[in-house]
Ligand binder design. Structure first.
Ligand code: FAD
Length: 280
């Protein structure tokens, strides 16, 4: 088993966070990912910090893909960012709509991610490998699963090369989504997004907002551990390892870890997958 791995990081807010990120990134680099990706605060709130992390990773000769969201931006603003990345020799971008930050009213000139992909292709040709987001459990604002799937297919047709999914804990949702996308003619790799579990309460809050389901059997078990962080962590690692195994055995083309600037859980899961692979 040698799946393509990618690790998602976010731009730290403090100098201490930046120092920590450097060492976590070194540890993750030892796992030889296909690329790192760096998130972008919707509305451009992390523009400079995202760019700075991206440049640092690229300077260490590591492949890196900045996330870029179009909400709240003009075409001219997006063009400027694309030019900055091209000048820095960045070759891959995760293209997103993003969510309008509270208090911000102007949605910008590009309404959806498919329009951003169109724009990137029109402006820069094949300069970038473009990843887009996919939602095996459906995007929370989607009118219907069918509508969401068609919107996903539309952004791939606009020129995306591959997709990364929102995280999920139900492998069947992913397999079903991939089958449906293939039936619509989508033939790009759809890489499952994997969220290691650091804190159950934080995960529960975040999952409600982004529409990811935490299955009842998992939720009940996490709740039963109360503040016992060791048990939460151990159970989370078991769940994630089994999930990754199932995804890879079922044909997932790789794994994208929402590593959240922490190497340990990602390392542990990948280490276990390799050990179990050797044992087979
Ligand atoms: P879209 O693909 O545009 O879809 C948004 C909604 O609109 C969906 O409900 C869709 O069905 C609908 N829709 C799409 N196209 C059309 C159309 N043409 N007409 C009508 N309806 C349409 N957020 C950040 O702020 N920063 C990040 O760095 C970031 N990284 C992410 C990385 C990944 C891998 C994923 C899965 C999500 C990420 N997000 C990030 C979250 C993302 O920005 C939100 O989920 C956002 O709400 C949707 O972005 P999108 O690109 O999927 O939007």
């Amino acid at each position: 088993m040698n799946p393509a791995l990618s690790f998602e990081l976010f731009p730290p807010q403090t100098p201490e966070g930046a120092t920590r990120l450097q060492s976590e990134c070194d540890r993750l680099a030892a796992l030889e990912p296909a690329f790192f990706s760096v998130t972008y605060g919707a509305g451009g709130s992390t523009r400079e910090r995202t760019f700075s992390v991206v440049k640092d990773i690229a300077a260490a000769n590591r492949p890196v893909a900045p996330h870029l969201s179009c909400v709240g931006f003009t075409r001219a603003g997006i063009r400027e960012i694309l030019n900055e990345y091209r000048a820095a020799d960045i070759r891959r971008i995760v293209a997103l709509r993003g969510d309008l930050p509270s208090g911000m009213v102007d949605a910008g000139e590009l309404r959806y991610a498919n329009e951003l992909v169109d724009f990137i292709r029109a402006e820069t040709g094949d300069a970038f490998h473009i990843d887009v987001a996919a939602y095996p459990e459906w995007h929370p604002q989607a009118k219907s699963p069918k509508d969401d799937l068609q919107n996903f297919a539309r952004k791939v047709k606009a020129g995306a090369n591959s997709a990364i999914t929102q995280y999920f804990y139900n492998a069947d949702a992913y397999f079903h989504f991939v089958d449906e996308a293939r039936a619509l003619g989508v033939d790009v790799p759809i890489v499952p997004g994997v969220m290691p579990i650091v804190s159950f309460s934080r995960l529960a809050r975040f999952s409600d907002a982004c529409g990811a389901d935490i299955p009842r059997w998992m939720r009940k078990k996490f709740e039963s551990y109360g503040d016992d962080t060791d048990s939460i962590r151990a159970f989370g690692l078991d769940v994630l390892t089994e999930l990754c195994e199932r995804l890879l055995q079922g044909g997932a083309p790789g794994l994208h870890f929402y590593s959240m600037n922490q190497a340990t859980l990602t390392e542990t899961i990948i280490g276990r997958l390799k050990t179990e692979d050797r044992g087979q």
